[in-house]
Structure formats: C-alpha cells, structure tokens
Design a protein around this ligand. Structure first.
Ligand code: F6P
Length: 321
C-alpha cells in the first residue's frame, strides 16, 4: 500500500502543468496520502534537500489558472548515468516516497522508465505544448499553445493584409507538425510546412508563385521549427514570387499564458487518474487520452515514437485556401 507520493515536472514547461500538480496533490490528500512536490525536475530529485517540499491542499491554492509550473523544471542530461540515477533513487528512499508522478514529454518518460526499471513505482503524464507524444490524442499545454499561436497569426494577418505581404511564421513543435497544422487550419493559412510533407525549398517557392498568380493578397505559410532559417526563406520567397515577405518566429511566447479550459480539464482528469492508478498498483505507464477516454500505455511503447495526428489537415488546408 502506498502512503506517500511525489510529483515533479520536467522538460519544457507547458500551460496546465500547474492544474495537473493541483489535481495530484488534492486527490492524494483526499485519499489520505502524503505528497511531496519535487522542485526543478530530475535535478531536484537527485539533489534532494529543499527541493523536496511537503504539499498540502493549501500549497496548490489558486494555481489552476497559472501558466508555467510552480515546481520549476530543469533538464538533467546526466540522469542516464547510473551513479546519478542511484543518487536519485536513494533520495526517494530517504524521503520514504512510495511512488512518483512525472509530468513532461518524451525525455521525462525516458527518465521515468529508468526509475521504473529499478523498482520505483512511477506514472507519467503528458505535459508539453508539442503534442508529440504517441499514445495520446492531446498533451497538456497543446490547446493553450495553439490558442496563443492562432491569436498571434490573426494579428499578423491584419498587418500583412494592409501591406499585401506574404507571411512566414515559425511555430514550435520540436519535430511534430501538430501545432503548425492545427494553426494552419484555424487561421486559414495557405500552406503548412512540417517535417513529413512538402518541405523542400522549391515546392515552397513554386507554391508562393502560384499564390501570386492567383492574386492572393497576403498568403500565410506556417513552418514547424528546425526545418528552415525562416528569415532566409522569406528573402528567397520575396525574390522568387515577387511578394514582399516578412518572417516571424513566435518563439517561447507559445509556452506561456493561462491554461485554456481544455488544458485545465485534461490536466485535472489525468492528475486524479494518476493517483488512483498508483493506488491500484499500476506503474511503468504514461496516461493519455484517446477519444476522450483515459488510457495507460507502457513507457517502452511510447518513448521515441513519433505522431502526426493531424496529417489530414494538410488536405483541408489545400481545399480551403
Ligand atoms: O518541447 C517544448 C519546446 O518548447 C519545443 O517546442 C522547443 O523545440 C523546445 O521546447 C525549446 O526548448 P528550450 O526552452 O530549452 O529552448
């Protein structure tokens, strides 16, 4: 029987992580469990000391609407090293922690799997704006990020329309096109460039030339990060198509802000489910949502898998532009 659990956030922060922490703490307390919040992700887990904070219902008052993570997040590239991991396991034992909930992305799960392989009970929750976790339709933070991206592109549309300019907008997503495709469909963009489709330079240039021939006033091209230097791409589009072109990199603004209702609800459901499943003896899995049902998938089936849930949006964008 578990009496004491810990929760940490790791990797890039995502709106809704606080709602997940709140759900973990509140549900655990409702079930009579003690809860430790571990600050600064795996780094804090290994270092111990003040990074281990006992949490009460009050510790999570008024955080459901806050972006970021009150526990902080850090990347610890050394965690795979056996001696570093062993220090972490010792810390968990010294604090009498029976089970752990980690909230983050793929790298977070890799760390969690290592702990699970060493006998620590652990469940992962998908917290990342990228939506790049294979087993879940949505990750905590994606919906809020998408709303931020859409709002920004709507604003760009005002100015690009006024000047008859082509806009190249770089969005995050790591190697997943979900943010780009969803934003493309939601903003009526002309073309979306992701790592799984027509992302060669010549295709993009030809597209923009066609938009010019069609007399499109201000075409929008949304590009997933890591594929192009978008400022350079904008110059090439300008030369080839004749459109005056501006590039905008939305950057880390995409990670901030109040979580949307959807992210708060998803985070609350998943946080509660994680506590209940740990109490039922489940471990070594990540929780996610498929067709609005909570599902559990073993870490090894999830880590390193790619996902492009919204590939069909490319066709819709083509037909609607
Ligand atoms: O994984 C979330 C994410 O925001 C990615 O979209 C992006 O590639 C990366 O993190 C940026 O990381 P950092 O904040 O370390 O620059």
């Amino acid at each position: 029987m578990i009496k004491k659990i810990a929760v940490l956030t790791s990797g890039g922060d995502a709106p809704g992580m606080n709602a997940a922490i709140r759900a973990v703490v509140r549900s655990a307390r409702s079930y009579g469990l003690e809860v430790i919040g571990i600050h600064e992700g795996y780094k804090g887990l290994v270092e111990g000391g003040e990074n281990y904070e006992p949490m009460t219902r009050k510790s999570v008052t008024d955080i459901i609407a806050r972006g970021g993570t009150i526990l902080g997040s850090a990347r610890l590239p050394e965690f795979p090293q056996p001696e570093v991991r062993e220090r972490g396991i010792q810390q968990l034992k010294e604090h009498n922690i029976d089970a752990l909930i980690v909230i983050g992305g793929d790298g977070t799960y890799a760390g969690a799997k290592r702990l699970h392989d060493h006998g620590i009970r652990v469940i992962g929750l998908p917290g990342t704006i990228d939506n790049d976790i294979a087993f879940t339709d949505y990750t905590i933070g994606f919906d809020t990020c998408l709303n931020t991206v859409v709002e920004s592109i709507d604003k760009l549309r005002d100015t690009c329309g006024s000047h008859q300019r082509c806009a190249v907008v770089e969005v995050m997503g790591r190697y997943c096109g979900d943010i780009a495709r969803s934003a493309g469909l939601a903003t009526g963009a002309e073309f979306v460039v992701t790592n799984t489709d027509n992302n060669d330079l010549q295709t993009i240039l030809e597209k923009t030339k066609t938009f010019k021939e069609q007399n499109k006033r201000h075409p929008f091209i949304i590009v997933t990060e890591h594929l192009f230097d978008v400022h350079d791409l904008a110059r090439k589009i300008e030369d080839y198509s004749g459109y005056e072109t501006r590039a905008t990199v939305l950057g880390h603004v995409q990670r901030g802000g109040k979580p949307s209702s959807y992210d708060r609800i998803l985070a609350s459901r998943l946080g509660l489910a994680a506590v209940e499943r740990l109490m039922e003896g489940e471990s070594g899995v990540c929780l996610g949502v498929q067709s609005n049902q909570i599902v559990a998938t073993p870490f090894e089936e999830v880590i390193g898998k790619s996902k492009n849930l919204f590939e069909e949006y490319d066709d819709y964008i083509k037909l609607l532009c």
